[in-house]
Design a protein around this ligand. Structure first.
Ligand code: CAA
Length: 425
């Protein structure tokens, strides 16, 4: 009998290209502290936050996802028909049944022969989606086609709650392929850890999350310890071997706490031959730009941290990095990758900084208005009239007759051409 496994040589697999979508508005964390009557340094130093990305009235998790993917398609020039799988990792579902992925599929003009799905697992959803996409991309079924993984999330907590200064929103798109040019991900070791805990959750009747804040930090750090030690036992690799460590970063101080945990596990300064500050500075600091500028972006956080590292611009082919993904509830994973030959083209050139400079700072009154609009817009009857433009090609218009309504410019279509419309009854 033929051994079918031997007929298929398993290729390297991982991330071939990345793109981020940054919402057009932000609110200052210092101003929030002033209004909440809190010492600003608690938020800016104690948590490490600087700005929170806030959705405008025509942005939602679907438009952010489409925006991130369009950036990726424009940059790489790939033919959308080459995409055979689209997975959206999110904890900001817009419907209990219909996936975000199928809206995005239409907006991007992907082939009908494309498997689409949403994947939910708190902030771990993006990594789960990446793993599923990698398994497909490495399989004979892919036949050279590419997978698109999109992480999109709106991280809102109740106004004036302890989580409020860590809020944010964004989407990241990853092109997942065999023989990737950007980051080859190790598929040999599987350091995953699952434990049922009630640290952070969002009941289906709420738009914003509930969290047992300090307990969630403990759960994150315990999962990190378990995954890291598991990975070390399997591979022999430890902190000293990684040029950078990219953490799920709900707020920048969390990355400090995570690095501190690994530094202690490895025996500290004497064993590692460098101070904790230096180790953090070299390995982790360059990953923090997105968490400072956007806030928490849940499932997109790990990949936004990776984009921050690329944007920092000092990477070389062959360098090994580690990544830690944590999803409350909880599931987590520690994994590694090596930069591929295309890394030079990505150094300082992800498009992230350009998008940050195009944002508008909003006032506290606008912040309250946009937050209230976010609550309202998930109800039938909310509707705005607007036209997509080259700058904002995907618009959420509201819900009419229980159908979400979107207007968009199909890829390759000029601004004055007719728009696509989704959801009309
Ligand atoms: N100047 C400087 N620092 C100050 C300060 C001041 N005036 N006042 C306080 N601080 C410091 C504190 O010492 C503390 O730092 P350390 O933890 O290093 O000691 C920091 O500021 C925060 O202070 P508190 O712990 O008192 O803050 P808090 O209790 O009001 O809220 C929080 C902190 C619990 C993290 C809250 O922001 C929260 O609930 N966040 C959301 C939950 C979260 O992000 N959890 C992360 C793990 S779970 C996960 O990762 C999944 C996910 O994405 C949600």
């Amino acid at each position: 009998m033929t051994n079918t496994r031997s007929l298929h040589t398993i290729p390297t697999v991982g991330i071939d290209a990345v793109s981020i979508f940054v919402p057009h508005h932000y609110f200052s964390i210092e101003e929030l502290a002033h209004i909440r009557n809190v010492d600003a340094e608690k938020f800016t130093v104690g948590l490490g936050c600087s700005k929170m990305a806030i959705l405008g009235p025509t942005e939602d998790p679907v438009t952010m996802a489409a925006g991130a993917a369009r950036g990726l398609i424009d940059r790489t020039g790939i033919d959308p028909r080459e995409v055979g799988m689209l997975i959206v990792g999110t904890e900001s579902a817009v419907d209990e049944s219909k996936p975000i992925a199928v809206y995005v599929h239409e907006m991007l003009g992907l082939s009908p022969r494309c498997r689409v799905m949403d994947l939910k697992n708190a902030c771990y959803a993006g990594t789960a989606a990446l793993r599923a996409a990698m398994a497909w991309a490495a399989s004979p079924a892919a036949a050279g086609r590419k997978a698109l993984v999109i992480t999109t999330d709106v991280a809102y907590y109740d106004l004036a709650s302890p989580g409020e200064p860590t809020q944010g929103a964004a989407a990241v798109a990853l092109l997942v392929t065999a023989n990737p040019q950007l980051l080859v991900i190790d598929t040999q070791a599987e350091a995953v850890y699952t434990r049922e805990v009630m640290d952070f959750w969002r009941p289906t009747y709420r738009n914003s999350a509930l969290v047992d804040g300090h307990f969630s930090l403990e759960c994150y750090l315990e999962s990190l310890r378990a995954c890291y030690q598991m990975h070390k036992e399997m591979t022999g690799l430890s902190l000293a071997d990684f040029r950078h460590v990219v953490f799920h970063t709900p707020f920048p101080k969390m990355a400090h706490k995570a690095h501190h945990r690994l530094f202690e596990l490895e025996g500290g300064r004497l064993a590692l031959g460098m101070s904790e500050e230096d180790s953090f500075h070299w390995k982790v600091e360059p990953t923090l730009g997105a968490a400072r500028e956007l806030g928490n972006v849940y499932a997109a956080s790990l990949f936004a941290a990776l984009i921050s590292l690329l944007e920092d611009g000092k990477l070389q082919a062959g360098q090994q990095i580690a990544l830690f993904s944590y999803g409350s509830g909880s599931s987590s994973e520690f994994f590694t990758g090596r930069f591929g030959p295309a890394i030079a083209a990505w150094n300082g050139n992800t498009g992230f900084s350009d998008q940050l400079t195009r944002r508008r700072r909003i006032s506290y009154e606008e912040y309250l208005f946009y937050r209230a609009a976010y609550e309202q817009r998930n109800r039938d009857g909310y509707f705005v009239e607007d036209q997509p433009t080259e700058e904002s090609p995907y618009l959420f218009l509201g819900i009419k007759n229980h159908r979400r309504q979107y207007a968009f410019l199909p890829p390759g279509r000029a601004a004055d051409a007719s728009t696509g419309v989704l959801g009309e009854p």
